[in-house]
Design a protein around this ligand. Structure first.
Ligand code: KG4
Ligand code: ZN
Length: 345
């Protein structure tokens, strides 16, 4: 007999996207709504937590309502409510956590707590249930750059992470130096399309032989020096640079980030004997990174399989939250109403 399907409402408010989604049995996307706050934060060149929190509070219930309506799911055929409660901006997380706890209590549905980074990797596993293990997983987002040894959606062991800026943060900061619009990742990718990735040899920080940690602040500073002169006394020359010069800097910077990400992923994959490479997080939408990881996987002996999250599920969304929650649901791993947001996961 076919078992009853499991409908989970996912809620995501960890940074600057208010999102809700309904996913059935971990992979059938019934609805997905994402309200981006880019317009709100772009003039500050980054996310302002107080503004993010206020906007989440305004949007969260209408978005949940829309997600349920579009999925044609009522509270009666909903099996659980899942929320990303860590890591992220506490002021932002608290809105999603409060909404989830309120609905869980009012509707008497189990509550499931989800780690946002683990959920990013779940986006890479959405359409693939039989993953050849071991797998090495790279999460590259605005707040995190982490490598995991992945044994299953729920079993992830951290192998390395950034000791300073996250990859996405470096993209955002460099875009701001180059006067490119926020968020920086897509702007740099677009500007760099016409640039020469070998024009400037920006540093590739590998930290120490064998290290699986990342550091991107030196690279960001190198771009700043390049634009302001080595004594840092000059004006930011990017104001008067030609489109080609900006394109060359963008392409060269992107090439340096991609190089480091691929080298470290290779190091981790070799160390754990990975058969599969998983990619998730906002920077995972970058085509140069996807192509370089694909090349690395194809040229591995024996070849490795790359599972990259679909581009639309690389940046923050609630599908990844509801999808991962299915595995916790099956294991009976529920949270209670004392659930709190946690800034660090
Ligand atoms: O995963 P995400 O939506 O939020 C966090 O969890 O932080 O990632 C957002 C980050 C931003 O820093 C943004 O600039 C970067 O992902 N990003 C990209 C691209 N699209 C978004 N970076 C490089 N290339 C892209 N195409
Ligand atoms: Zn994220």
């Amino acid at each position: 007999m076919k078992s009853k399907s499991v409908n989970i409402l996912g809620i995501e408010t960890s940074c600057d996207e208010t999102a809700a989604a309904v996913v059935t049995d971990g992979s059938i996307v019934k609805s997905s709504f994402v309200a981006s706050q880019i317009k709100l934060h772009e003039k500050y060149g980054g996310v302002v937590p107080e503004l993010a929190s206020r906007e989440h509070a305004e949007k969260i219930y209408p978005i949940i309502k829309e997600a349920l309506e579009q999925a044609q799911i009522t509270k009666d055929n909903l099996d659980a409510i899942a929320v990303a409660n860590q890591p992220g901006l506490t002021m932002a997380l608290v809105v999603g956590v409060t909404a989830a706890k309120t609905l869980s209590f009012a509707w008497q549905k189990p509550l499931i707590a989800i780690n946002h980074l683990h959920a990013h990797l779940q986006s890479a596993m959405l359409s693939e249930q039989d993953i050849e293990l071991p797998a090495v997983a790279l999460v590259v987002s605005g707040g995190h750059t982490s490598l995991f040894d992945c044994q299953s959606p729920l079993e992830l062991t951290l192998l390395g992470s950034t000791i300073d800026d996250a990859a996405g943060e470096a993209f955002d900061k460099v875009a701001s130096i180059l006067r490119l619009p926020y968020p920086g990742g897509p702007s740099i990718e677009k500007a760099g399309k016409n640039g020469n990735p070998k024009a400037i040899n920006f540093p590739r920080t590998l930290i120490a032989p064998g290290s699986l940690d990342f550091s991107f602040s030196g690279l960001k500073t190198a771009v700043l020096y390049h634009c302001r002169g080595q004594d840092m006394k000059g004006e930011n020359k990017s104001d008067s640079m030609s489109e080609q010069e900006i394109a060359d800097i963008a392409a060269s910077f992107q090439a340096a980030v991609v190089d480091v990400l691929v080298k470290k992923t290779k190091r981790a994959a070799d160390r754990i004997g990975a058969k599969t490479v998983l990619l998730g997080g906002g920077v995972g939408a970058n085509s140069a990174l996807r192509e370089a990881l694909q090349q690395f996987c194809d040229s591995s002996k024996p070849p490795r399989k790359l599972l990259a999250a679909p581009k639309k599920y690389c940046t923050d969304n609630a599908v990844m939250v509801a999808s991962l929650a299915y595995y916790k649901f099956k294991e009976g791993l529920f949270a209670d109403l004392t659930l709190e947001p946690k800034a660090h996961g």
